[in-house]
Design a protein around this ligand. Sequence first.
Ligand code: PHE
Length: 470
Amino acid sequence: MQEQRGQWSSNVGFILAATGSAIGLGNLWKFPFITWNNNGGAFVLVYLVCIAGVGLPIMMAELLIGRKTQRSVVGALKAALGPAWGIVGGWGVLCGFILLSYYTVIAGWSLFYFTRTAGWTMSGFPAGLQTGDLFAEQAGNGALQLGLSLLFSLATISIVYFGVQKGIERIARLFLPILFGILILLLISALRMEGSGEALAFIFRPSFGELEPRSVLEALGHAFFTLSLGMGAMITYGSYIDRSQSIVKASAVIVLLDTLIALVATIIMFSVIFSVEGMPEQVSGTGTVGMLFISLPELFYSEVPFGSLLGPLFYVLVALAALTSTISLLEVVVSYLIDEHGVGRRAATLMCGGAVFLFTILAALSFGAVSGLSNMEVGGYLGQKLFGGKVGWFSLADHFVSNWMLPTGGFAITMAAGWFMTREATRGELADGTEPGWFRYGAWRFFIRFVAPAAVGAIIIAVFLGEDFS
Ligand code: PHE
C-alpha cells in the first residue's frame, strides 16, 4: 500500500522545523570557535555578508526545488533537471549519511555534560577537578561513547519514525520555544557579567587589518554548514511545503533566526570567557572542543550568575539544538528510500538509522578509545587532498564533508537553479503572489547565477590548493 506523502501542517510548523535543522552544533560549537580564531569583528561582518549574499539565495533555491517537485533530494533533482542529476542527489544522501554518523557523537557529549552538571548542581563542583582531564576521560571511554551516541541515535530515529507532521514538526514546535527560552535566560545572565562589554566589542567592532583572505572563505564554508545547505536537507524539507506558503519569506525567517542564535550564543560564551582572568589564553589553547566542553562547565559554577541552574540548562540547549538537526539529516536519507524505492516510512527509518549507527560506532571510538580509529590517517597525495592529512576517523569524516561534500553539492545546486532550470520554472516558485515586497526576482537570479557560484567555486579551489575549513 502506498503511504501518503508527508506535509507540514502549517507555515509556522515548517519554519520551526527548518530553523531547527539550521540551528545546531554549527551555531553553538563551530561558530563561536571560528569567530574566536578569526579575531571577531571583521570576520563576523564578512560572515553576515556571506549569509545574505550566498546562503539566502541558495536556501531559496533548495526550497524551491523541493516544493516544485514534491520529492526528496534524488527524485527532486531528477524531476527538475533530468535523470543525470540523480547523481548530485545521491551525493547529498551520502553526505547526510556521513554527517549524521559523526555529528551524533558530539551531540552525545551534551548528554554526558548534562548529567555531570546536574550532579554538580546538587552536590557542588568537585574541588580540584580538572575539566580538561574530565573531557579526555569521557571522550576516550569507548563504552560511554557508544552508550551516549546510541541514546542520541535512538532519539533521532524515534522522531523520524513518526513522520513529517507527527514526528519532526511536533518536536520542532515543542523544542524550539524551549531552546529560545533557555538562550534568553543565558543571555540575561551573561550580559550582567563584567566581561560582556569586551565580548560585544570583540564580536561587533570590526578591525579589517586583522582579517586574512582565508577567513572570508571560512565564513562562507560555515554559511553552508550552519544553514544545512549543500546536501539536500532543505530540498527535502521544501518538498513538504504546500503551494500557499511563501518560500521567500520562509527563507528569510530561517536565515535570520539561525544567524541571531549564532550571535547570541557567541555573546554568551565570550562574556563568560572575558570575565575570567587568563581564560582567553586557555580557550585559545584547547581547540574546537575547548570552549563548550572544557572551559564553560567549570565557569558555570564559579563565575556565571545563577550558573548552577544555567549550567545543566545550557547542555539541554545543546542537546535540543543538535537533535532538531540530526532529525533533518536522517530525514534526507529516509525520504530517499521512501520516495525512490517505495519503502514504508517505518521500515525505512529503522533501516537507515541502523545503517548510520554502524558508522557512528567508528566515530564514537575515534577519540582515544580504539587507537586504530583514533590514529587513522590516509596517506599519499589523495589523502592529503581529500582529508587534509587529518588524523582519526572523526576528523577525516568531518574534513571530507565540510570541505568537499557541502561545497561541491552547493555548487551543483546553484548551477541547477541558476543555469539549468529555466527562468519560468524558478520564477513560478518564487514570484508566485506570496513573495514579500522587498523581494526582487531579478536580484535573486543574479545572485544564484553569478555571486553564489563564484563564491562557492572559490571555496572549492581554495580547498583544492590545501586550505582547510573543517
Ligand atoms: N545546520 C546544522 C548545524 O548548524 C548542521 C546540518 C548541516 C544539519 C546539514 C543538517 C544538514 O549544526
